[in-house]
Design a protein around this ligand. Structure first.
Ligand SMILES: N[C@@H](CCC[C@H](N)C(=O)O)C(=O)O
Length: 287
């Protein structure tokens, strides 16, 4: 019987199951991840965060004593980075005494990140370099029953994003009318060979944006931290603003994104809502 200790948390309602696996012994496979993230059969979440000491991660070449964030999407696929997840991850390490604050260094598949606890309870994350390519693809999705398409900016935040800047809110609002129950498509189709997270954005003020997101591997979620950085960077590129602070509203709340010299920082909340013990179904064996 596999009985694992877990925590459950969210950042602006992007929610995660969290496993602490110091010695790298748990090894959840794709079926395990899908089951843990299943909102009916399992615990439920947009993704899984596994905290493992970096010395047990063969691809990590840095300090092995750091905690490594092994992120998986709800469909079991692996992703390089998760901006909301890393705040929840750091909150758990700090609250449970597994790391000393107020700053925690976290190893990720897209490199080293620093998460700093703020006096107001939020967490500020160094999100690393951000690269934008305006008009890299054409994205399409249904709006009120009709398929529409828009040029999108490709943004690399360690993981891939395609950002559609819709402009000022229209009446009726396209952002609200978008159907994101299925993944938007894009051309050229080979532009994102490993898939992409797609954000749609309206501009509410000079540096105030509202977005919805369809996440690779999870579907529409109520927030995406790397996505908020991607939309701020795409908007900055569009208006020719190299640096500054953007407020980004998502369906699950608000985060703040700072951009300077091609790098980004993101500040937002992280809540832990449950701790428990989960008994996993037996692994299926090949016939
Ligand atoms: N929700 C995350 C991003 C998770 C990974 C993403 N779905 C991908 O496959 O790249 C965030 O808060 O950044």
């Amino acid at each position: 019987m596999r009985s694992w200790t877990f925590a459950k948390g969210h950042g602006t309602l992007n929610d995660f199951v969290l496993l602490v696996d110091r010695h790298g012994l748990l090894d959840p496979d794709e079926d395990d991840v899908r089951w843990l993230c299943d909102r009916r059969a399992g615990i439920g979440g947009d993704g899984l965060l596994r905290a493992v000491k970096a010395e047990h991660v063969p691809s990590w070449e840095g300090d092995g004593s750091l905690w490594f964030m092994d992120y998986r999407n709800a469909d079991g696929s692996v992703a390089e980075m998760c901006g909301n997840g890393i705040r929840v991850f750091a909150r758990h390490l700090l609250d449970s005494g597994l790391a000393d604050g107020p700053e925690v260094q976290v190893a990720t598949r897209s490199g080293l990140r620093t998460v700093a606890a703020q006096p107001d309870g939020r967490l500020r994350v160094s999100m690393g370099p951000v690269r934008t390519t305006p008009d890299a693809v054409q994205v399409s999705a249904p709006v009120a029953g009709e398929r529409r398409s828009w040029p999108a900016t490709a943004v690399d935040v360690g993981n891939p994003h395609a950002v559609v800047l819709l402009g000022a809110p229209a009446t009726p609002d396209v952002l609200d009318a978008l159907d994101l129950s299925a993944a938007p498509s894009w051309v050229p189709a080979d532009h994102f060979p490993s898939g992409v997270n797609v954000e749609f954005v309206t501009v509410l003020g000079e540096r105030h944006l509202r977005m919805r997101v369809h996440e690779r591997g999870s579907g529409e979620t109520l927030s995406c931290g790397t996505g908020t950085v991607a939309v701020a960077a795409a908007h900055a590129a569009r208006v020719g603003a190299g640096s500054g602070t953007w407020r980004v509203d998502v369906r699950g709340g608000t985060v703040e994104v700072e951009l300077a010299d091609g790098e980004a920082w993101m500040t937002g909340p992280a809540e832990l809502v449950a701790h428990g013990e989960v008994v996993l179904p037996d692994r299926r064996t090949a016939a």
